[in-house]
Write a protein that binds this ligand. Structure first.
Ligand code: SF4
Length: 234
């Protein structure tokens, strides 16, 4: 699999972003996802790959986002240590990671580890929607029926997934509003065709583009990815 693994985001929340490789998502059940295929059980090979990707980081914006098609818990210890060294050497003060709900109990340790080096960790989680039935009975996301404020005890940022059959202007806007109320940032991903049975719904995407994209695209705390490679990686 040939993927672009380093990019710089020059508009909102300016940052460098790297797509690293871990030993694989431990949930793997989300109905819409096939990117968990970017993994290897070989931690040495993962580290070697991650090292070459992390070499690109310059610290230009003092902020780095690390994603790895899963959760930060899938990354090997040497990679985590290298990320720390790079942050210290390049004066990176804010570090974003992603995390599935099932690993929420590991977040405090991560915050503490990087906090020792004055690096502020932000955790992003793919919530996809705050509608429990849609999220769990259709998307199989693996998050219990809990309130957004309960989620916000662990996560600083959430991803939302739009462009699916069954969504409407009202449901999408409701998700955005809840996201803005409880979290520091939200990232809206528009569903794109992949190898899973979940297909993008063109009419729902049109509703989003015509009504909500214009309204929310200028918000500093909302990223919108029309294509899942819009951050320049993947
Ligand atoms: S938790 Fe993330 S990587 Fe794992 S299956 Fe779901 S969307 Fe894919």
């Amino acid at each position: 699999m040939s993927l672009k693994r380093y990019s710089v985001i020059n508009n909102k929340n300016k940052r460098e972003i790297v797509l690293l490789r871990g030993n694989g998502c431990k949930w793997k059940k989300c109905r819409f996802c096939d990117y968990y295929l970017d993994f290897s059980p070989d931690t040495t090979q993962n580290y070697e790959l991650n090292k070459t990707v992390l070499k690109n980081v310059t610290g230009i914006y003092k902020t780095l986002e690390v994603i790895n098609s899963g959760s930060f818990t899938d990354l090997d210890k040497n990679t985590i240590s290298l990320i720390k060294d790079i942050c210290v050497n390049k004066d990176i003060q804010r570090l974003h990671f992603e995390c599935h709900w099932i690993h929420r109990d590991k977040i405090n340790d991560l915050r503490e580890y990087f906090g020792n080096y004055n690096i502020n960790v932000k955790i992003k989680s793919g919530i996809e929607t705050f509608d429990y039935n849609f999220r769990e009975k259709y998307l199989i996301k693996g998050i219990p029926d809990i309130s957004p404020s309960e989620m916000a005890k662990y996560f600083d940022e959430v991803c939302l997934l739009f462009g699916l059959k069954g969504q409407s202007r009202e449901t999408m806007e409701n998700d955005i509003q809840i996201g803005l109320k409880y979290f520091e940032r939200i990232c809206v991903n528009i569903m794109t065709e992949n190898g899973t049975p979940v297909k993008p719904d063109k009419s729902v995407i049109k509703i989003f583009i015509e009504n909500l994209y214009k309204k929310y695209s200028e918000y500093e705390n909302i990223d919108i990815l029309i294509e899942n490679t819009d951050f320049g990686i993947g």
